[in-house]
Design a protein around this ligand. Structure first.
Ligand SMILES: *[C@@H]1O[C@H](CO)[C@@H](O)[C@H](O)[C@H]1NC(C)=O
Ligand SMILES: *[C@@H]1O[C@H](CO)[C@@H](O)[C@H](O)[C@H]1NC(C)=O
Ligand SMILES: *[C@@H]1O[C@H](CO)[C@@H](O)[C@H](O)[C@H]1NC(C)=O
Ligand SMILES: *[C@@H]1O[C@H](CO)[C@@H](O)[C@H](O)[C@H]1NC(C)=O
Ligand SMILES: *[C@@H]1O[C@H](CO)[C@@H](O)[C@H](O)[C@H]1NC(C)=O
Ligand SMILES: *[C@@H]1O[C@H](CO)[C@@H](O)[C@H](O)[C@H]1NC(C)=O
Ligand SMILES: *[C@@H]1O[C@H](CO)[C@@H](O)[C@H](O)[C@H]1NC(C)=O
Ligand SMILES: *[C@@H]1O[C@H](CO)[C@@H](O)[C@H](O)[C@H]1NC(C)=O
Length: 600
């Protein structure tokens, strides 16, 4: 008896010792995620064993339903909690992982000899980050990493198409990155026109044109959009924002897009002389750079800062440059490559006690190239921002109902699930239900611009706030239209729209015309920031997540756009119609009316 008890004890002890010494016990693994290799990428070579991977492990957010409920309540103008945004600590508490999950993950990491002191964690502890060599990551995830090359761009990444987790860890991990998300992100500025002609007339002697909302707009605005055009068109003229009421506006930059200060001054001199000499606060996230070399000025970054900050001056302005862009050169054995900047930017902004109340993002990917696990998780991060009182505006994409990559010849509207089925291609993060996605218009009076991204998500269901609007639109769609090409039960996008072509910007010391929903998002964000300004000056909380307000009392402050369509995938796309439609959303802003609505 005594002997056998001792024997049992020894076995237990050995088990513990083996664990503590970092000898992995035989663990039953089960596949966590498998994707088909995304179109356009080819497997190049096995990843070097000593290549360092910045592993990010997402733990389930234990009370996310409560966070989502709080988000909708504080964003609903008819709810008694409206405007009572959550603090960073309150949000962190609602998305913190269950202690059981933290323990399970820590034990799993320890079983692979990982020192707990080498881990870093997001502010809510829902992400665990650790740098590990490829050969260890392969053991931990029972996978094989390869170097993959993107044929057209030559970009290389270390990725895998499948990975597994030990059975007992499965329920305690949402996702591990970098694994199956290839990207790369693309800036939404595919309709780029340099202005070769002499500087276009920025005002005209011709009689003003009447906009759809009834404002009078300089005739030159029909072919060249300036700050003053947007002020006239969107009924902003005469409103002065404050530099000192606590309001702030932010623009995100990725992909080594640098916002050039000299170009901003040229732009201000031409279009916003009272802003001359002012600039923005630059913040580097995850090693993002800030080259001020004029020949490295980014078209996207310049467009975004010039129009968003040009509309909102003297509101304090922030530009976030997030690093993490390839190229990773497999032949040069670069030591790290991450290309998942949404998560990096979210870590940064969610850890900030006072983020700007209005933020615009002009970047996105075809939804199907973002693994659903990654989209769901980063979308949950955008919900956290909304609950904190941030209005996040996102471009809807530049490919109509089709792909964003206008240059791709092989991937047009084919699913990448191995079936190659024809299907409309929605854009992420525009399809995240917790952001406000912005489509594009053109001309005065405004019509939908043909490239305006719009449609329905294949990942996210129609949220309640737009169910009525979407149902009404689908009810008027000719019977069986595009059957099988889109998900009738998906989140419809965009939510709203704004001008999206012929924006006059300064890039690399020269004026240029540039277009894309890249322009629409910062333009709409500028209007939202002015609304936040009006609210803060009255002692009211900021607007936060906009959609529950926009789809109810906000509708009266938007100008419905009812003409135009967004062709793609060999179809004419969707039509702009009376009411919400998946090309211009609810319409374009009328600042004067919206201000009355949000102050009432
Ligand atoms: C504005 O431009 C559009 C497209 O070029 C044109 O159809 C329209 O007539 C113009 N509007 C005015 C008022 O000139
Ligand atoms: C805005 O500022 C300008 C210039 O200081 C001033 O002329 C104008 O009256 C101000 N408008 C309002 C509505 O306060
Ligand atoms: C820029 O932002 C950082 C971080 O919020 C802050 O410490 C700094 O004072 C700001 N600078 C300016 C000029 O606003
Ligand atoms: C500016 O950038 C260009 C293009 O990248 C480069 O050729 C040039 O050397 C840079 N100039 C300076 C002063 O760094
Ligand atoms: C798309 O094609 C144009 C013209 O061939 C080229 O200038 C541009 O760099 C290409 N864009 C991408 C993202 O490959
Ligand atoms: C889908 O297209 C890819 C690339 O063109 C091709 O290699 C593959 O065989 C196709 N699959 C099917 C099921 O047609
Ligand atoms: C768009 O409008 C045209 C012209 O009215 C109509 O023929 C077509 O069926 C409509 N398409 C959709 C998808 O609603
Ligand atoms: C512009 O906004 C003002 C309120 O600031 C409103 O009285 C006016 O009717 C609006 N103009 C148009 C054309 O909607």
């Amino acid at each position: 008896m005594k002997g056998s008890m001792t024997w049992t004890y020894v076995v237990h002890l050995l088990g513990l010792t083996a664990c503590a010494l970092g000898v992995p016990q035989k663990q039953a693994y089960r596949v966590k995620e498998t994707v088909d290799p995304p179109t356009g990428w080819v497997q190049y070579s096995p990843a070097p064993a000593d290549h360092i991977i910045d592993l990010r492990i997402g733990l389930p957010q234990d009370k996310f339903e409560l966070l989502e409920q709080a988000l909708y309540e504080v964003s609903d103008p008819h709810h008694h909690r409206y405007g009572q945004h959550l603090s960073k600590e309150e949000v962190d508490e609602l998305v913190a992982p269950h202690p059981k999950s933290m323990n399970a993950v820590d034990e799993w990491l320890a079983s692979h000899g990982i020192d707990m002191n080498s881990l870093s964690r997001s502010s809510a502890k829902d992400w665990v980050m650790v740098k590990v060599p490829v050969n260890l990551a392969e053991k931990m995830l029972d996978t094989t990493y390869h170097v993959w090359k993107h044929v057209e761009s030559g970009v290389s990444l270390v990725r895998t198409t499948t990975y597994s987790l030990p059975e007992h860890v499965h329920d305690h991990v949402d996702l591990v990155t970098p694994t199956t998300y290839f990207g790369p992100l693309k800036g939404m500025s595919t309709t780029f026109h340099w202005s070769d002609a002499q500087p276009a007339a920025l005002s005209s002697n011709a009689p003003p044109i009447k906009s759809a909302s009834g404002t009078a707009v300089d005739a030159s605005c029909n072919s060249t959009i300036t700050i003053s055009c947007l002020q006239q068109l969107y009924n902003i003229t005469g409103y002065n924002s404050s530099a000192i009421n606590g309001n702030k506006i932010g623009i995100t930059g990725y992909l080594e897009q640098y916002a050039n200060i000299q170009d901003l001054q040229s732009f201000y001199q031409e279009q916003r002389p009272d802003a001359l000499g002012s600039s923005f606060n630059y913040t580097s996230v995850n090693g993002g750079q800030n080259s001020q070399n004029l020949s490295e000025a980014g078209a996207e970054a310049n467009l975004d800062v010039q129009f968003a900050f040009g509309l909102t001056h003297p509101t304090p302005a922030y530009f976030y440059s997030t690093g993490g862009q390839p190229p990773y050169d497999p032949d040069l054995k670069t030591t790290t490559d991450t290309n998942e900047p949404y998560a990096e930017w979210l870590d940064y902004i969610l850890s900030h006690p006072n983020p700007p109340q209005t933020i615009s993002t002009s970047y996105g990917d075809d939804e199907q190239t973002v693994p659903q696990s990654y989209a769901v998780r980063t979308c949950a991060g955008f919900a956290q921002l909304g609950a904190r009182g941030v209005s996040l505006l996102v471009s809807s994409g530049d490919g109509g109902v089709g792909d964003n990559d206008a240059n791709a010849t092989t991937t047009i509207c084919k699913t990448n699930d191995g079936r190659n089925a024809t299907r409309f291609i929605p854009t992420y993060p525009a399809t995240c239900p917790y952001v406000t996605s912005v489509g594009g218009t053109v001309s005065i009076p405004e019509v939908a611009v043909y490239f305006s991204g719009g449609g329905f998500s294949n990942y996210f269901p129609t949220p309640l706030y737009q169910l009525g609007a979407v149902t009404e639109y689908l009810g008027h769609l000719p019977l069986n239209s595009y059957s099988g090409l889109f998900n009738r039960f998906g989140r419809g996008f965009p939510d709203v729209s704004a001008q999206g072509d012929y924006f006059r910007v300064w890039i690399g010391g020269k004026p240029a015309h540039i277009g894309g929903t890249s322009a629409s998002s910062p333009a709409f964000a500028g209007v939202v920031s002015l609304l936040n300004d009006a609210r803060l000056s009255k002692g009211l909380p900021p607007l936060g997540f906009l959609n529950p307000m926009l789809y109810t009392k906000g509708v009266k402050g938007l100008t419905d756009i009812t003409e135009g369509n967004n062709p793609g995938c060999g179809t004419e796309g969707f039509n702009a119609t009376t009411g919400w439609d998946p090309i211009t959303g609810l319409g374009t802003p009328n600042f004067g009316l919206l201000k009355e609505i949000v102050l009432s």
